[in-house]
Design a protein around this ligand. Structure first.
Ligand code: ZN
Length: 133
């Protein structure tokens, strides 16, 4: 039968495993899995087979793909890696932007040049508001 015997069974006996991350979007779960496994930590994604069969159309967190560590002792380290990844992805502040007016270098989260006060346009970051000029 199709769908039977996918590598999901390993998860079935995983009652003791700690869950690191759960997200409806499997691409994120898969991304964290590869990052963590690159550090030598064994992980398993629960509910992966549900994603494959399209059941995630139903937004029930119980059915979301969940990333778990195989060995509980790896949990703190794996959690640390995830936290690090999330902060890395969410900051644009360590970018540097050159002011178009005076060529001073400004931190990427500055809207206005610290040196000359002109508005800095940072094309690398998504436009936040609908500011019309
Ligand atoms: Zn300037």
């Amino acid at each position: 039968m199709i769908g039977d015997g996918v590598d999901g069974e390993t998860c079935a006996l995983s009652s003791g495993m700690k869950e690191l991350f759960r997200e409806q979007d499997y691409t994120k779960v898969g991304y964290f899995q590869s990052v963590i496994e690159a550090e030598g930590i064994a992980t398993i994604v629960r509910n992966k087979h549900l994603t494959m069969s399209g059941l995630t159309e139903i937004p029930i967190p119980e059915f979301f793909p969940a990333l778990c560590v195989v060995d509980d002792t790896d949990y703190p380290r794996a959690m640390e890696i995830i936290r690090h990844q999330i902060t890395e992805n969410s900051k644009g502040a360590d970018l540097e932007i050159e002011c178009p007016a005076c060529s001073e270098i400004n931190p990427g989260n500055f809207d206005i040049c610290w040196s000359c006060g002109k508005t800095i346009v940072n094309s690398d970051l998504p436009a936040g508001g609908g500011e019309s000029v």
